[in-house]
Design a protein around this ligand. Structure first.
Ligand code: FPP
Length: 246
């Protein structure tokens, strides 16, 4: 993990290799300003851009965000359409940034039901990503933690039946069937927006993650807020179920 001089002036901190964030509070942010919810999502996408750049600069290797869950389809049609349009626009623009800054990007979730243009964009980001091996942004799209585990179990069962896998499946082996295959588990999970729950996000991967909750609404989230979360992470005593040495 990288070491970084924290901008809050609190000293040097270990930077988590992988940070996961539940993007929450876009709707409330917009409502507070008398704007439509969709304006909150546009502001949230902008904040993602800023935080991703900051993460890259301080030495985070992976940033994973929860942008659209399997449950989010139940939102008003207009809102779903706007979020999809924003993602389309965002991915389109991200392609140029990826080439310029050698960034990798991966979409985690069931992308089979997304629009053809989004799927094309996703394929393009995959193609570009295969050329680089630096900072990686993961966007969870049509993602659900239980659905992810279920599709992994189904694929493993098929492999087992076809003789491509054996019965002695390990945790590491099972992880390779998840959308997040090859990505290390997040050390730090951040949820802005005031709620204190996991909402079906990275259920398998967060087994030992430190959770950090903030009342700041996602569009207002800043690098300083991220530093606060990293400072708190550095104060935590991570034992992974064992006992402290010494
Ligand atoms: C949660 O806020 C936010 C979402 C469900 C959508 C997030 C999507 C984006 C920011 C679009 C683009 C994303 C990227 C990564 C480019 P909420 O609507 O639940 O807020 P509320 O709890 O205040 O209603």
């Amino acid at each position: 993990m990288a070491i970084f001089e924290n901008i809050t002036g609190e000293g040097k901190f270990t930077i988590p290799r992988h940070i996961a964030i539940i993007l929450d509070g876009n709707g409330r942010w917009a409502k507070k300003r008398g704007l439509p919810r969709t304006a909150g999502h546009a502001a949230g996408a902008e904040t993602f851009r800023k935080i991703a750049t900051y993460c890259k600069n301080i030495g985070v290797n992976y940033l994973t965000v929860y942008a659209f869950s399997t449950e989010n389809w139940s939102r008003p049609e207009e809102e779903v359409k706007t979020i999809m349009k924003l993602l389309d626009k965002y991915l389109h623009e991200a392609i140029a940034t990826m080439e310029r800054d050698h960034i990798k990007m991966r979409i985690l979730g069931d992308v089979s039901v997304l629009s053809p243009s989004l799927r094309e964009e996703i394929e393009e980001t995959n193609r570009i990503s295969s050329r680089y091996d630096g900072f990686q942004a993961n966007i969870c799209l049509n993602y659900g933690g239980r659905a992810e585990i279920l599709q992994a179990a189904r694929r493993y069962a098929l492999d087992l039946a076809a003789g491509r896998a054996t019965e002695d499946l390990s945790e590491k082996g099972f992880s390779s069937y998840l959308y997040s295959a090859g990505i290390p588990d997040p050390e730090l999970l951040i949820r802005p927006g005031g709620e204190k729950r996991i909402s079906n996000f990275l259920l398998w991967q967060c087994a030992y993650s430190e959770f950090y909750f903030s009342d700041v609404l996602w569009p207002d989230f800043t690098p300083e807020e991220l530093d606060k979360a990293i400072a708190e992470f550095n104060r935590r005593d991570r034992r992974f179920g064992g006992v402290k040495n010494g």
